[in-house]
Design a protein around this ligand. Sequence first.
Ligand SMILES: *Cc1c(COP(=O)(O)O)cnc(C)c1O
Length: 243
Amino acid sequence: MTQARSAELSAALTAARNRVDAAVRAAGRAEGDVTLLVVTKFFPASDVVALLDLGVREVGESREPEASRKLVEVSRARPDIAFDADMIGRVQRKKARSVARWARRVHSVDSLDLIEALGGAARRSLDDGERTAPLGVLLQMSLDGDPDRGGLVEADLAAAADRVACSDALRLDGLMVIAPLGSPPEAAMADAAAIRERFAASHPDAVEFSAGMSGDLEEAIAAGSTCVRVGTAIMGARPLLSP
Ligand SMILES: *Cc1c(COP(=O)(O)O)cnc(C)c1O
């Protein structure tokens, strides 16, 4: 970890926090309403350590086994700093067990099969003492029904929520959205917010709304996001090869 990289991350982090704060104010929302989740996928453990040293306590990862390996390295480097890591990328069923070892929550849950797999994996992690709290679940919504981008269409959200409720090793935290490519972010975020409002009527405790990335965090915060997932704006362009 070079001093230069640390200074670069510090400046970018401050700029991203300022963007979030400005968007929160512009939306007339309360300070602290929106969590900034720093997305560290593709970047090395040394960057995560630098972020911890800069006060970051929540990071997002999207790939196994990259995430598991990296987070072990980070914990070894900073054993006294407690932090949370969220899984934001697609999870293959066979990776559920390893994700349940480290993830506070999974943002990208979009099938009954995956809920089943995560429930079993989280149960075993709890029993083995690898985790102490249930695994948080955010149901990823699909606004356009495009299976390549993942997500559940609105009509399927209730059944998925019921399935999450069947497992005491899972906790339904809320909903997540990735704005579809090629549609204006304001419109996508407004659609997502409308779905969220209808969902809240039957699931009032699932208050989290993970929405917004480097390019559309302002629109997401205006639409009620409680967690923006920011990678590029803080870390820089992702390297082509994983570390
Ligand atoms: C990579 C990723 C992000 C971060 O995107 P940026 O545009 O780099 O901020 C956010 N959400 C998900 C699901 C991702 O996979």
